[in-house]
Design a protein around this ligand. Sequence first.
Ligand SMILES: Nc1ncnc2c1ncn2[C@@H]1O[C@H](COP(=O)(O)OP(=O)(O)OP(=O)(O)O)[C@@H](O)[C@H]1O
Ligand SMILES: [Mg+2]
Length: 222
Amino acid sequence: MISLLEFRNVCKGYPKLSVPVIDGVSFKIEQGERIVVLGASGSGKTTLLQLMGLLLRPDSGNVLIEGEDVQDWSESKRSRWRNQNLGYVFQDFGLIPELNLVDNIELPLRIAGLRTSGLDGMKFLSEVDLCGREKAFPAEISGGESQRVAIARALVGHPKLILADEPTGNLQGQQGKQIAELFKRLQVKLGFTLIVATHNEDLIELLDAKTWILSGRLTKST
Ligand SMILES: Nc1ncnc2c1ncn2[C@@H]1O[C@H](COP(=O)(O)OP(=O)(O)OP(=O)(O)O)[C@@H](O)[C@H]1O
Ligand SMILES: [Mg+2]
């Protein structure tokens, strides 16, 4: 079987750091997996997710997407792959204040050059249990609701891969728990591959996910 994503001995550092942040990491991720990458602040979670999402290039090693080495892909091929296959969810939601919730959700479709009518936005607003709020703006909703809109926006293009970077980091306990449960329910329903980077161990159980520990090197605990 060809894996959705494979890393072969990937290293990535930054100029002012003496040791690489990602130091010879190898793994395969299959379609439909749920994985929690657990690590302390500064352990390299965001760096790892950005490598997975083709937002960063490794210093050495290989990244393969469905068996194809992306080393030789042009920037435009990378960005086309991201547009068609990747949804990214950030700790700080990243909603556009000037757009209502439906327009925020449909933004990736418009960036991909597709015509939008509000129907996709409404459908995914309903998937995240926010029916009736379509005319609201980001300033008018809570943090937990903002993250639900951001998840809807990440899903609207039916991506194969969702990368979520500390998606509950800015939320209170109960709201964070609801977001994790929503992620799990949508993943089971839609079948995308879900990678969540966090320092919050509770997400492992809430998402019923495989766990990877990141501290210099990546280890798999389950
Ligand atoms: N653009 C950059 N330039 C230089 N150093 C960087 C850059 N981005 C990250 N780093 C450093 O690389 C290390 C890993 O950073 P990264 O953001 O991947 O960690 P993280 O696990 O996501 O941390 P956090 O939980 O605080 O978000 C840190 O020491 C950080 O200071
Ligand atoms: Mg980070």
